[in-house]
Design a protein around this ligand. Structure first.
Ligand SMILES: [Zn+2]
Length: 301
């Protein structure tokens, strides 16, 4: 599943390809992804120019010049593939373009999961492919993002003014385990399973530790919590730099693969030695809230 760094990578890729382009055609090959597409989606966005592309948590906000915003979430397996005019022409149209994608050899699955195509005035095309269809595409007015049901209860952005003082307030007296708390989008957005495991390992904090034990009695953060916030931001920043990791069937917007995966210290390293200098422990896998957690029981307390 794409996590925040991957979505940020996609945002940058779309930004390079779409800004200043005007939508000339939008092809929808289904009625819905996770939810139905907005009514008259294509006709409402055709003729609009892309002004900017923002990100809120794992949502992409594609700003149109008429004040509308295309809201896009990649779900479990969504991805965009970009084709410039020259590339587009290399793919032969065969049959009914409204029913079948011609980009299958590039997007995979014979194009069966190319549910949306955005075509632009310069002849370029962005194809949205989503085999599992947990993705979301909606159309809202600018400003509505703060009150949209999917976005209104989202917590702070890790790259914003998020800090350990804020986190301590959230976790005060909470008995939830710290890992489950980090995955809670009301606590902080965009910290997925991989990066939660990594940040906890780097901070020497046991994932099952009760959140409240990282907050002092006066509600202020402990040193450990300070360290955790620093490490969450750092692992996310590193991953953004590396172009996002590439797991399962996710590929970034250009179809190229990131490489942060090779740098995991805990995640997906069950039974392998802990990489922390002098630790000598072995990485274990446990399950928390139905998700795998990787930890070193020797140096994480
Ligand atoms: Zn260790």
């Amino acid at each position: 599943m794409p996590e925040l760094p991957e979505v940020e990578t996609v945002r940058k890729g779309l930004e390079q390809a779409m800004i200043g382009r005007t939508l000339t055609e939008v092809i929808l090959r289904r009625e819905n992804l996770r939810f139905p597409f907005p009514e008259d989606f294509a006709s409402r966005v055709i003729g609009s120019k892309i002004d900017s592309i923002r990100r809120r948590a794992k949502y992409l906000l594609i700003d149109l010049d008429d004040g509308q915003v295309i809201l896009s979430h990649l779900g479990m397996s969504g991805r965009y593939t970009l084709f410039d005019a020259e590339k587009v022409n290399q793919f032969e149209t065969n049959g009914d373009i409204d029913r079948s994608s011609r980009f299958g050899s590039a997007t995979g699955f014979d194009g069966r999961h190319d549910h949306v195509e955005f075509r632009f005035d310069d002849g370029s095309t962005a194809v949205y492919t989503d085999p599992r269809r947990f993705g979301i595409m909606d159309l809202i007015d600018v400003g509505e993002e703060t009150i949209h049901p999917l976005l209104e209860s989202l917590g702070p952005e890790p790259f914003g003014d998020w800090n350990s003082k804020q986190l301590a307030q959230r976790l005060f007296k909470k008995t939830t385990s710290i890992k489950v708390a980090l995955l809670d989008q009301r606590v902080v957005v965009g910290v997925g399973n991989i990066y939660a495991c990594e940040a906890l390992h780097r901070s020497g904090i046991h994932p099952q530790r009760q959140s409240k034990t990282l907050v002092r009695k006066d509600g202020k953060p402990t040193k450990k919590l300070d360290l955790l916030v620093d490490n969450v931001v750092q692992v996310l920043e590193k991953a953004v730099e590396a172009g996002g990791s590439s797991l399962n069937d996710f590929a970034d917007v250009n179809g190229s693969l990131g490489y942060f995966g090779h740098q995991f210290q805990a995640y997906d390293r069950e039974d392998q030695p802990c990489l922390k200098a002098g630790c000598g422990g072995t990485i274990e896998r446990i399950t928390q809230s139905g998700r795998s957690t990787f930890l070193c029981p020797r140096c994480q307390r």
